[in-house]
Design a protein around this ligand. Sequence first.
Ligand code: SF4
Ligand code: SF4
Length: 472
Amino acid sequence: MCLIQARWHVPYAVVYLTGACNLGCSYCFANRLPPRHMSRRTGERVVEWLFENSRDGKEDPLILSFFGGEPLLRFSILRCMVEFSDRLSDRYGKRIVFSVTTNGTLITGEILDFLEARQIAVLFSVDGDRRTNDMHRNFKNGSSAAETIYAGARSVLERFPKVAARMTVTRDNLHRLADNIRFLHRLGFRFISPCPALETITGHKAWEEFDRQCRRAAEYVIRNALDGDYLHLHFLDNGIDQLVHKRAVDVACGAGKTIVGIDTNGDIYPCHRFVSYAPNDGKRFRLGNIHDGIDPVRALPFRRYDRSNVLGCYTRCRECPANDFCAGGCIALYHETTGNFLAPLVQQQKLMSVWQEICAETVDCFKQRGKFAFLLEQIKLKPKSFLPLRIYLKTGLSDFPAPGYSPPGFVSKEDQGWLIEAGSDGESRKNWESFGRFQTRCGNESDPSWRNTGRRRPRGASTPSGGSASTA
Ligand code: SF4
Ligand code: SF4
């Protein structure tokens, strides 16, 4: 296999320190992973690979997020990797900033000291009050983890007042969304990111309730803001920012473009969620490994992905009322539920319509009360973890020559270079060419069957996977 290193700059790696977790959250996609750990040697090689891979790129700092399973189960490796990055930082003339996604149950003073000293950002997974939390987020033996989580949250918030809470919203708990946001705000969180597990939210009633809950949450934000206490809700901050500044949205994330997920054994995938497909669908989405680098042909469909080749939900994207607001959604989820990462779940359109309307109404409300300038000031304060990764969406791809080879029509000259370099690998080539055929078929709007291409019915509420306890 012909692999190329240090050409396609990937500035952001989400790294599984372990597939194991001390909780057994029912919706977590990491449940599918074997409970194996990353070794110290692999961890250090991951750090080295990230530096090497972006050696010629402009991106600085690079980002490495510790993920799992519960990454704090491997705190010693985490520490080694951070310290190892110091040693390489001078050699490569850039640095890595770190973050960790945690369930908060293993926090100790020693861990907090280290996170604080090294300014490691924390994303805290918590669903809400005890009743909600106990629905899905319990210890492996089934006992409630809620009080341990809240104790962890209090100690983290003492040191990191800006830490963000990540809530997984499912069909089971969405009717408590507004109450849970209030609960977490009272617990001390000022940055909250409700993440709907879209595949579980089906049916008109569920969406009516979701709409009602999001409106209540927005009203809560407005009420508090009028008293000078602005609560940052991810969907409001990002949505308002987008509406007010009319920011173009090309992709929801940089999966396979500017982000990669790295498994405990050093295998590289388009993002952390694709890693969780490794046991069953691993061959298809494995882009390479930290020793040999990334196979550009395997990566090509992800590099080529943007809104122009998304199939759309009920309608094509350009006819969709949410077109200016939607970034296309999570391609890993689409792969899992529709069988095709270019085919969004229909729920994406529901979600975007609800959020777009609420964001627009919230802006009007602030304007009417003469608080629009205050709103804009607050939105600027949203933490980096709230920002779309668009800052890193421009890859530092080097120029490739494109001698004679003539791949299918939609391939740019730049991509032809990749193909030539990787052309000797029959399997990768086949993979890429099937993407080409798929594109051609989907591009034919006169073909009414386009919407069914590769689609399976979305799975219902009983689907055990979803927005994980720790999705980025
Ligand atoms: S939005 Fe989905 S595809 Fe993108 S990085 Fe997150 S999990 Fe991966
Ligand atoms: S909601 Fe669906 S159809 Fe609309 S822009 Fe997003 S992905 Fe496209």
